[in-house]
Design a protein around this ligand. Structure first.
Ligand code: ADP
Length: 500
């Protein structure tokens, strides 16, 4: 096992990885940008290194600075979390070249999975059905010539796409040129790659994905599916395990398909194989996410496995934590992604200071977050501030617990998506498990706006609370020599010592 791991990430996922390390007795090194000096992950870790200014291109994406922090701290391995450098083959290769273990797949596997067209070819090799479309990146002429064969509606997709970016629906031939330009330029600006290909646009499918683990030496297993059909702009907002739509037979077929693709990719570590599933339970391979997923906790809750510890174990050369026949799914788990966004104003980001934070607890509730009361949510990064997860013996119990936990959750000072989740948890279609990837649009259309009076009252209450807190803090300021014993000053000094 490793003695020390550097976490090349921030926010809730960095905290999640630090927790796993601590349980394993592994020391942790955080890295942070100037905007994150006071972030939770920095306070949680045993050591912390500043790696540059707030923009991620100057900090969390700087391979050279992260490797330098690893060298200085004596870390032996790097956990990349998700996003940032997690699926970057150059980063995986640079870690290996520097004698560090990258806790993830090999650079070669990342390259294969990072291109959606290369991944589609892999799926074909493994005899897994893919969404009808092309398996090669296409020139503009090929897009125009190939579109009628695939038929409308279709999707132009960036081969390097992710996070719902670089994707355009085309409902008729006249829309092709502008959609093509938009997909290429979004691919170029977001991923540095303008390659595109075509897929048939499936009407109202479910998004169902399979969690896998692989040791890279021939052992592969699947840990059951997650239903992720509740999406906004092709990005997941509520996930659950197991899917209310998947029976034992479909689970086995999806699991075996996922493992076959992973085997073809020479996969090592935890990963996710995504599928679209139609009403007749036909499934189509979508892509491989070669990393830990945001929504991994729902799988942890129903399998009882710790996926981060499994990742670290695999990277350290330990055997997989279970055998396929030992994997049991118990109960049901839900996850609501809580974003610092205003659901009543088209989900515009809502950064700022969290004046009041009361977190839920009690049986079956897990709250993965990187924020605290008084924390300033920065504008520079993804606005995900917490993942609220509940578990129940049945889906109905998990939903009841989610309603209760959402009721208990109080965040004042910024807008969050909590009211949206409360609405989903009451929605008859959701309760019936009647989901597809267009579900959110319908819920949003039915979302009543808050009365302006409630809104004004909430803003005044938050301002008043913040003012009173500041007053209390000022009154509690230690004076004179007694300040030397202050825990706050001690922490500040520690932070200062860690800075470079
Ligand atoms: P990304 O890598 O950007 O997340 P994906 O290929 O995983 O993109 O797709 C994200 C979401 O977009 C899917 O879950 C689904 O809702 C929608 N989508 C993608 N491809 C199709 C398709 N061919 N037909 C219908 N919806 C699709």
């Amino acid at each position: 096992m490793f003695q020390k791991i550097l976490i090349a990430n921030r926010g809730e996922i960095a905290v999640r990885v630090i927790r796993a390390c601590r349980e394993l007795g592994v020391r942790t090194v955080a890295v942070f940008s100037e905007a994150d000096r006071a972030a939770t992950h920095v306070r949680f870790a045993d050591q912390a290194y500043g790696i540059g200014p707030a923009p991620s291109s100057e900090s969390y994406l700087r391979i050279d600075r992260i490797l330098e922090a690893a060298r200085q701290s004596g870390a032996e391995a790097i956990h990349p979390g998700y996003g940032f450098l997690a699926e970057n083959p150059a980063f995986a290769a640079a870690c290996e070249a520097a004698g560090l273990t990258f806790i993830g797949p090999s650079a070669r596997t990342l390259r294969l999975c990072g291109s959606k067209t290369a991944a589609r070819r892999l799926a074909r090799q493994a005899n897994v059905p893919t969404v009808p479309g092309t398996d090669q990146d296409l020139s503009d002429e090929e897009v125009v010539a190939g579109a009628p064969t695939i038929g409308f509606p279709l999707l132009i997709k960036a081969a390097a796409g992710g996070g719902g970016k670089g994707m355009r629906i085309v409902r008729e031939p006249g829309e092709l040129p502008s959609a093509l330009r938009a997909a290429r330029s979004e691919g170029q600006s977001s991923f540095g790659d303008s390659a595109v290909y075509l897929e048939k646009y499936l009407e109202r499918p479910r998004h169902i994905e399979m969690q896998i683990l692989a040791d890279g030496a021939g052992q592969l297993l699947y840990l059951g599916e997650r239903e992720c059909s509740i999406q906004r702009r092709h990005q997941k907002v509520v996930e659950e395990a197991p899917s209310p739509f998947v029976d034992e037979a479909l689970r086995r077929r999806l699991g075996e398909a996922a493992v076959a693709i992973a085997a073809a990719a020479g996969y090592r570590n935890a990963g996710t194989v995504e599928f679209l599933v139609d009403r007749d339970r036909n499934f189509y391979f979508l892509e491989v996410n070669a990393r830990l997923q945001v929504e991994h906790p729902v799988t942890e809750m129903v399998t009882g496995l710790d996926l981060v510890k499994a990742q670290i174990g695999i990277a350290a050369g330990s055997p997989l934590p279970v055998r396929q026949e030992e994997v049991r799914l118990r109960g049901c788990a839900l996850e609501c992604r809580i974003y610092a966004e205003d659901p009543f104003r088209n989900f515009i980001p809502s950064p700022g200071r969290i004046a009041v934070l009361r977190r839920p607890g009690g049986p079956g509730v897990r709250d993965d977050t990187g924020v605290y009361e008084g924390y300033e949510v920065p504008v520079h990064y993804d606005p995900l501030i917490a993942k609220l997860i509940t578990w129940g013996e049945s889906r109905a119990e998990a939903i009841q617990r989610m309603r209760r936990a959402l009721q208990e959750y109080t965040i004042i000072g910024i807008q969050t998506t909590i009211p949206f989740h409360r609405r989903v948890m009451e929605d008859p279609k959701f309760l019936a498990g009647d989901l597809d990837t267009t579900y959110v649009e319908a819920v949003l259309a039915a979302l009543p706006p808050p009365t302006s009076r409630n809104r004004r009252a909430a803003i005044i209450a938050a301002a008043l609370h913040a003012y009173l807190q500041d007053q209390e803090a000022a009154a509690a300021q230690p004076q004179g020599p007694a300040a030397a014993g202050s825990r706050w000053l001690h922490t500040a000094r520690q932070d200062a010592l860690r800075r470079r």
